[in-house]
Design a protein around this ligand. Structure first.
Ligand code: URA
Length: 227
């Protein structure tokens, strides 16, 4: 896969703003690394703050770190992350073009039959983490956010969001960006088999491609803040 190497004047202008964002994100992530606002802090190994382009126009927000992320401190580094990377590549993007984070920054887990298993974060854990996410998105100021999976969509779009019915639909109601939508979570796709897997994977690629195009279209819209 080949990526565009020459940057437009606009991209260069925006990159010049990035060192400041980078520094602010670093300060925020350092503060988050000591967070004890909820019980997840007791079992986590590393806070998984998020990573990517500090002024990314497109941000992906997942549910929360799993085992690999908890061990490495980086978002989406397991099999779900590999799938996300492949789908980004099919849309001629990679992690340096976007920012990736989660609604909770610490792994939610439970013990089952003597083994540690991932679980969905509880509403109060999501609530405790919402300030970190809001500040993070406030620094990045993305044009477009794609929620990966229902928990992120329920948190950032609306509480009754149904991923099967509403994925790929655009909302302009988020305080964090101009447009927000949701796509299937890569981990859900990995649980499908055969044609169902291929179909779900293609949906994720289509939704990422739609988000890429939404960024391009949104850049051409007048900025309401200027009027
Ligand atoms: N699943 C998520 O939602 N986030 C990650 O960072 C990894 C897996």
């Amino acid at each position: 896969m080949r990526y565009k190497t020459r940057k437009s004047t606009r991209e260069e202008f925006l990159d010049n703003l990035a060192p400041d964002n980078q520094a602010q994100l670093f300060t925020l992530s350092s503060a988050a690394s000591g967070c004890t606002a909820c019980g997840l802090s007791k079992t986590r190994n590393k806070v998984v703050f998020g990573e990517g382009k500090p002024n990314a126009p497109l941000v992906f927000v997942g549910e929360g770190p799993g085992q690999n992320e908890d061990a490495s401190g980086r978002p989406f580094v397991g099999r779900a992350g590999e799938l996300l990377d492949q789908c980004l590549a099919e849309c001629r993007m990679n992690r340096s073009h976007v920012y990736i984070c989660n609604i909770v920054k610490c792994r939610a887990c439970l013990m089952e039959f003597g083994r540690v298993k991932n679980r969905q974060p509880a509403p109060e854990e999501i609530d405790s983490c919402s300030d970190w996410l809001a500040k993070q998105l406030g620094i990045i100021q993305p044009m477009v956010i794609v929620c990966l999976g229902a928990p992120a969509a329920n948190t950032l779009i609306h509480a009754n969001f149904k991923i099967t019915q509403e994925r790929g639909k655009w909302f302009d109601t988020s305080p964090h960006c101009r447009y927000i939508s949701a796509a299937l979570h890569p981990a859900y796709i990995l649980r499908q088999d055969g044609p169902a897997y291929l179909h779900a994977r293609q949906m994720l690629v289509d939704d990422i491609e739609a988000a890429r195009k939404k960024v391009i279209a949104a850049r051409k819209e007048p900025n309401p803040a200027l009027f």
